[in-house]
Design a protein around this ligand. Structure first.
Ligand code: FES
Length: 105
């Protein structure tokens, strides 16, 4: 599935991410800047914060309670804010668009 990552400065990266990886891993493995992922995907750092495009918010599902509490540590949290390590890539997410915040952590 193709995921489009948009940096805060507007630079777009369209990446083919294999099913089963997280949206965070898709960015980190392809050196897309803007997602730090300090904890490596354990839902323990909030530096993989992204804004899911509103059109995709239903498909990516809702936040788990642990993700919700970690997001308290992220800056500028909005309605579609997610921790990208908690979104698993599947065919249903082909075409997903996420935007990175100005700062992580
Ligand atoms: Fe640390 Fe997602 S990588 S919370």
């Amino acid at each position: 599935p193709k995921i489009t990552y948009i940096e805060h400065n507007g630079t777009e990266h369209e990446i083919d991410v294999p099913n089963g990886l997280s949206v965070m891993e898709g960015a980190v493995r392809n050196l897309v800047p803007g997602i730090d992922a300090d904890c490596g995907g354990a839902c323990a750092c909030a530096t993989c914060h992204v804004y899911v495009d509103p059109a995709w918010a239903d498909k990516t599902g809702s936040r788990e309670p642990m993700e919700e509490s970690m997001l308290d540590f992220a800056e500028d949290v909005q309605e579609t804010s997610r921790l990208s390590c908690q979104i698993t890539v599947t065919d249903a997410l082909d075409g997903l668009i996420v935007r990175m915040p100005e700062h992580q952590g």
